[in-house]
Design a binder for this molecule. Structure first.
Ligand code: PNS
Length: 187
């Protein structure tokens, strides 16, 4: 039997989902989730949060450019940036669902809180949780940044493109520090 809700949706209506996050930087775990999400939604929008309070390692444009290159092979995925509330952005792009990844039980509490708060703000928007491949269950952008910063290996944790960009970024930071130290000595 077809429920009233299914009938309301109509068989041909396309389901758009957003995958919001900081992606600083995008990891193999993010890409795994994007590929999985692209198989169940008609359109998936990777939405990078523009958060002026945070000091990201990569600028919004850099993150957008990396994610665009990394998802160019997935036909129904596009990349965008947003500021403000996730529910407002979802309404703007007519998304019916928010995709989030849950790696371990430790993610659950925060994700549940966020999903329920988003539901309170916008009852029609559903949060869909997906589980990334087990080999990425310990992976996070924060740890990748920390390991890269301390000179550890990040191979296999992020796509090669991100690995190269991370190395370049940290080299630039070291150069800036070195320059500042030298300038300080001269002053
Ligand atoms: O990758 P992250 O940092 O875990 O992503 C968190 C994100 C961007 C999904 C969350 O901070 C968010 O939705 N921010 C937008 C502002 C908002 O809607 N806040 C209320 C959330 S209940």
């Amino acid at each position: 039997m077809v429920s009233a809700r299914t009938a309301e949706r109509g068989p041909l209506k396309k389901v758009v989902a957003i995958y919001p996050g900081s992606f600083d930087p995008p990891t193999n775990g993010h890409l795994d989730l994007i590929e999985r999400g692209s198989k169940i939604f008609d359109e998936l929008i990777v939405a990078i949060l523009q958060n002026p309070e945070k000091h990201p390692l990569f600028s919004l444009d850099e993150r957008r450019e990396m994610l665009e290159a990394l998802t160019s092979h997935v036909r129904n995925v596009r990349v965008d940036t947003f500021g403000g509330l996730t529910v407002d952005y979802a309404a703007k792009v007519k998304a019916r669902a928010v995709l989030r990844g849950i790696r371990a039980i430790s993610d659950y509490e925060y994700e549940l809180q966020m999903a329920l708060m988003n539901r309170k703000l916008q009852p029609d928007l559903e949060t869909v949780f997906m589980i990334p491949a087990g080999k990425y269950s310990y992976l996070s952008s924060r740890l990748v940044r920390e390991i890269a910063h301390l000179g550890g290996p990040i191979k296999g944790l992020v796509p090669e493109l991100v690995e190269r960009r991370l190395k370049g970024k940290l080299l630039d930071t070291t150069k800036i520090h070195h320059h500042r130290r030298k300038a300080g000595r001269r002053a």
